[in-house]
Design a protein around this ligand. Structure first.
Ligand code: COA
Length: 144
């Protein structure tokens, strides 16, 4: 678990599944992805995050507000599970996806900075990569 001033990044709970599926079915959230996710696809991605957590001790965590425990999305580090031309598994990537209502508050950046610190200090990773499509300017700003 990772705590920041406003956020808690923690392992997934079954109770997160409906809220995560709701944001994965939101065209705003999926603007730069190929498609919206069905409930089954969303649940399957959480199952994969949990598997990665079991394997490595880190994953794309569930993100919640510390003050209210309200679920807001996912932030974390995880081993890549597909190759790209420039970077391939077992590289560790950093990623973020928040419900639209939680954008514009610096939460993704706050969580990502903490996740990066854990990657380098606790897990002693030599490198963390990030990638997105060129048009995803909000994500590129978080990367910066
Ligand atoms: C990518 C994503 C997480 C970025 O969210 P975000 O809210 O823009 O990013 P941050 O949480 O870092 O917030 C930055 C914004 O909050 C503002 N902000 C407000 N209070 C702030 C604070 N205390 N600290 C920092 N920034 C603050 C910044 O000015 C900035 O606003 P701007 O973009 O209008 O300039 C979000 O767009 C998203 O979930 N997109 C869909 C999924 C996705 O594409 N994921 C990435 C795939 S590669």
């Amino acid at each position: 678990m990772i705590e920041t001033e406003r956020l808690r990044l923690r392992p997934w709970r079954d109770a997160d599944l409906p809220a995560f599926a709701k944001m994965n079915a939101d065209p705003r959230v999926r603007r730069f992805f190929f498609a919206l996710l069905t409930r089954e696809q969303s649940d399957a991605s959480v199952a994969f995050f949990r598997q990665m957590y079991e394997q490595d001790g880190f994953c794309f965590f569930a993100a919640e507000m510390r003050e209210t425990s309200a679920f807001i999305g996912m932030i974390g580090i995880q081993r890549m599970n597909f190759p790209l031309p420039t970077v391939s598994p077992p590289a560790v990537e950093i990623g973020w996806r928040l419900q639209a209502e939680s954008w514009g508050q610096g939460l993704a950046t706050e969580g990502a900075q903490a996740a990066l610190q854990v990657a380098f200090e606790k897990f002693q990773l030599p490198e963390v990569v990030a990638f997105t499509v060129p048009a995803n300017l909000p994500s590129r700003r978080v990367m910066d």
